[in-house]
Each structure stands twice: as C-alpha cells, then as structure tokens.
Design a protein around this ligand. Sequence first.
Ligand code: 1BN
Ligand code: ZN
Length: 324
Amino acid sequence: MQWYIMRRLGCSFVLVLLAACGPAGVSRSPFPAVLASATPQVPTLTQSPESLVLKTPFTPLFDGVRAMQVAATQMQWVPRDTGSPGWQHTGDYIIRQLRQSGWQITEQRFPYRGITCRNILAQRGSGPLLLLGAHYDSRRQADHDPDPNKQHEPVPAANDGASGVAVLLELARVVRPEAFGRTVQLAFLDAEDDGDLDGWEWTVGSNYLATHLAVRPVAVVILDMIGDTNLDVYYESNSTPALRESVWAAAARQGFTQFIPREKYGMLDDHSPFLAQGIPAVDVIDFDYPPWHTTGDTLDKISATSLAIVGQTMELWLNSGGVL
Ligand code: 1BN
Ligand code: ZN
C-alpha cells in the first residue's frame, strides 16, 4: 500500500506528460484506436521503476477482435463450471495460449468439496508485482433466469466468465513487462461463481490464491463482466480508492467515457480476499447487466469494442507501471 501511494505521488508528473499525447491508432469503431491499432508500436520506457516515463505517444496493441475470438472459443464449451469437462477444456486452452505468448505458468491445485480446483497463474518481468485476475469458471445454475424452467440450466457465461479471460489472454499476447520494470502476474481464477448453490462459497479460487501468495502484490486488478455491449463501468465501492482512481485515469487518458468515476455498486468478488489481506485491490465490473446469472448471458451480449476499451485501459495502466 505504502509503495503504491509513494509511486502515485512520485510519478504524478507522468500524468502531465501523458496528457500531452493524443490518442493514436485507427479503427472503424466509433471509438478511436479501440479495435486494433494500425501501426503497432511498443511504448518506450525508462527501465527504472523510479522514473517510468512514456517517451512516445501511447499506441495500444490490444486488439478487441482477437479478444472476441478468445471469448468465442470458450463459448464452444458450455458449461464451464468447476469440475465439468468444459471447465477442463477451458483451463487447458488458457495454458496453451499463455505458453504461445511466452509466459511462465504455474498451476495451483487445491481441494474444495471433493473437487480439485485449479488456479492458473502466468508470470513475466521483474520488480514490484502487479496482479491482474479474472475467473474462468461459469455458474452452474442460471438461478436469476426469468423463466423458472431454465433456472436449473447452466449460465453460458459469455460476459460473466469468458469476457475477463478474453481480455487477460489478449493482454498476455501484447504486454511486455520486461519493458516497464514490473512483474506482472495474470491469474485465471477458479470457482468464483457457484456461490450459494448447494452450500458453495463465492470466490473460492481467489481466496485460496490470496492466502497462499508466493509474493505479495502491490496492486490487484480484477476484471469481471467487462464485455457488455452497453459498457458502463462504475467505481466498485469496496475497492481501494487510490487504485481505482489510477485505472479510471488510464481510461480517461484514452477518452473512454465508459469508465465512470462514481460509486454505484459494492459487492463480494475476486478482489475481496486480497482486500482482506490488506492488499490494494480493485474490481473492474459492469454490474448493470440484465442477463446476469441467466441463460441469456450469450456471445451476442458482448462486443469486441467493450473488450478493447477495458483491454487498452489495462494495457496503458500496465505500461505506466500501475501508477497512472
Ligand atoms: C460477480 C459476477 N459476482 C458473481 N458473478 C459476484 C457477486 C456475487 C455479485 C453475489 C453480487 C452478488
Ligand atoms: Zn456470476
């Protein structure tokens, strides 16, 4: 926490430099630079975490169309609740993609109610640890479905599951932590979403990770339900204020008005176990999503543009060392 606040104060001049740089990239979406950058360019940074300065205008590499393909790939496996064949396929797919992108992978297996759960951790870089997480399991029952006959069917989980994984895997493809003096860990969290079903708890995987940390992160960012075609991401009220301000500032820097710096909801989610350990954590979640925990949480409800807005925000935040 102390490290984080010191960096925020010490690097506030970075904001001034960044503010001088205009948005870059071309796409046919209504949002400039959102879907894919026409001229990929890795930002040049000084190597020292003490003096992280973007020397070139920030041109995002994150490609929303690719992220959408990652979401679509997961949707061939429904359901993906912990222990199911679709969950196994999804975990194995995540590992293959991370290997291809050159990340070091650790599988964290642990028992819960007779099932062996699996968190998948990918790491790169050196220096203070920034952890980005998303759950890859899906809810096994659509208990919020308006049709009582469908409430025992599984949630397809395009937004509430596949979207966060899609953004993390596309970030894995484009982000190079070696260039900005940070260790980045991408955490694909298990068993978040079967809470209150047959006595299951929420956030089982993140709870395990937060209580079995090899290295304590300086900041944790959770991405959940961030693919909604109608994206509006408000401050989540339990999240660490300085950290959420820095993420929303990265969005504002790119002109993404879908990040709204006002509190709307507060909830238990995968950031909660880290907060309980005293680790700064933020939940990036758009909870205004009518198909939440229904059979209607399907691929047509999410968009490449929304994935790109969140992905490019996290890309800039990471490239700025998590201090924007
Ligand atoms: C988020 C997405 N959550 C579940 N799916 C966390 C949550 C749990 C939010 C209970 C509200 C109530
Ligand atoms: Zn859910």
